[in-house]
Design a protein around this ligand. Structure first.
Ligand code: SAH
Length: 457
């Protein structure tokens, strides 16, 4: 094999075509399928090329090419009809690192253009090293007949669901099931068919969806989360997942409570990982259901690492994190011009106990942040912030059980945060906002306290 087939990235690449006749037009027909920026340099061009230029699909410069035209090109096609010095042009292009094709002159070329069967993103290139163009045409005709015109669409659907699909599911999808679904009811149906093919492969190992269950109100579940619950064979759920949400699981699904209580007997993260992998090996869909968003204080990375190490396909379905539901309950925005342009989410607790932060930065006027898992650590955080210079009048608000029927909202000042929790009997789950207060509470605060909310006031 003298010529090695490769695929060249044309995104943001500049391609020069020298010449404006039939040879140039036939190369351009192929090049126009790509994302390259194409320039044609020739004193005259065919009407077909002029039409492409008129439509903005390529740029035409009306003159003879000179050697400096090759600068900055990834590919240079020399298809000049007239007697321009192709050898000199090709040498100049090569010197600036471009790949050169001189049409109908194999020895002057670095690259040959194959015959192409285009089912973008699936592309078959056929080369015969110039020995038998008619053979290439024959092979192309056979492949054109053999490959579905919808193959590109099917490949895109498969790529989109890559992490979810098993090899055998994929074989069946490309083996006819995808095509049938596409013809019958379009893209969405083909996508469903792909997932079903994976699901019905008895022996195949299953897949896992890390799904956000939202803050509690079942209506705050995403449509995709509902769909996955409806498809799941096994659901491993956390303590904070509301019972009403588990109702969306199929009756036959196995529900496993892997809840980690803040104190007391608990599943270790390693146990959860192992249970998830074992369930997935049993086939079908395993939903790992986490409160809020699965990627916010959910140790999702550890689960993803375990899944990747076990070679199990997974997807992540985001959810509404508690801070968003809490802000909605309080009726205030998380960011506001002139008040806080940033908002941080932090945890008062980590595996080592109370979590340390850059308290000095958090204590600055105008800072706003949401504390997750903060009920037990409230006194600690309050003390740290005050020591580092936070004003004791900084507004705070606490939203317990956001979006749930037993939702509770309390507000006050940082100086009295621990008492606020105690007086209101807040046991969690709760979000503590520092630097943000519910609308009504804000109105009740005195002028000075309100002014402290505004940066630079
Ligand atoms: N992944 C979750 C957070 C898990 S950490 C999310 O994105 O929301 C658990 C903490 O989330 C709780 O200690 C509490 O601070 C918060 N939380 C979860 N549900 C809540 C709710 N309905 N109301 C208030 N806080 C909640």
């Amino acid at each position: 094999m003298r010529y090695f087939p490769i695929f060249v990235d044309t995104r943001c690449a500049s391609v020069l075509v020298v010449g404006g006749g039939t040879k140039a037009a036939s190369k351009l027909r192929l090049l126009l399928k790509t994302e390259a920026q194409i320039e044609v340099i020739a004193p005259e061009i065919l009407p077909e090329i002029a039409a492409w230029s008129g439509a903005g699909r390529l740029r035409w410069t009306s003159r003879s090419a000179v050697t400096s035209d090759v600068v900055g090109r990834r590919l240079v096609y020399v298809a000049a009809e007239s007697s321009i010095d192709t050898v000199e042009l090709a040498a100049a292009a090569r010197a600036v690192g471009a790949l050169v094709n001189v049409v109908d002159d194999r020895e002057a070329s670095d690259i040959l253009t194959p015959a192409i069967v285009d089912r973008d993103p699936v592309v078959v290139a056929i080369g015969t090293e110039g020995t038998a163009p008619s053979l290439a045409r024959g092979i192309k005709a056979n492949l054109e007949a053999a490959l579905s015109p919808r193959l590109g669409t099917l490949a895109r659907i498969a790529a989109k669901n890559r992490r979810l699909v098993t090899p055998s599911g994929l074989r069946r999808f490309f083996g006819g099931a995808g095509e049938r679904a596409l013809v019958e009811a379009g893209d969405a149906n083909a996508e469903r068919a792909l997932l079903e093919e994976t699901e019905t492969c008895g022996a195949a190992i299953g897949r896992v969806a890390l799904v956000g269950a939202g803050p509690g109100d079942p209506e705050l579940l995403t449509l995709k989360a509902r769909k996955r619950l409806d498809q799941a064979n096994v659901v491993l759920y956390d303590r904070l997942v509301a019972p009403a949400i588990l109702e969306f699981a199929r009756r036959e699904a196995r529900l496993i409570d892997v809840g980690k209580t803040p104190s007391g007997p608990a599943w270790s993260q390693a146990d959860i990982n192992a249970a998830m992998i074992e369930a997935a090996r049993g086939g079908g869909l395993v939903v790992r259901l986490k409160s809020g968003d699965p990627l916010v204080f959910g140790r999702a990375d550890e689960e993803i690492d375990a899944l990747e190490a076990a070679g199990i396909a997974y997807e992540i379905v985001p959810g509404i994190s508690a801070a968003f539901a809490a802000a909605a309950a309080g009726g205030f925005s998380l960011t506001k011009r002139g008040r806080n342009r940033t908002i941080s989410f932090l945890t008062a607790h980590d595996t080592e106990g109370f979590a340390e932060h850059d308290w000095r930065a958090l204590a600055r006027p105008g800072e706003a942040f949401a504390i997750y898992m903060g009920v037990r650590g409230a006194r600690f955080a309050q003390g740290r912030l005050l020591i580092h210079g936070a004003s004791s009048d900084t507004p705070v608000s606490v939203i317990e059980n956001a979006s749930r029927p037993n939702q509770k909202i309390a507000s006050g000042t940082l100086g009295r945060l621990a008492n606020l929790l105690k007086d209101n009997g807040i046991a969690g789950p709760a979000i503590i906002f520092v630097g943000l207060a519910p609308r009504a509470a804000l109105a009740a605060l005195d002028e000075t306290a309100e002014a402290k909310l505004r940066i630079g006031a």
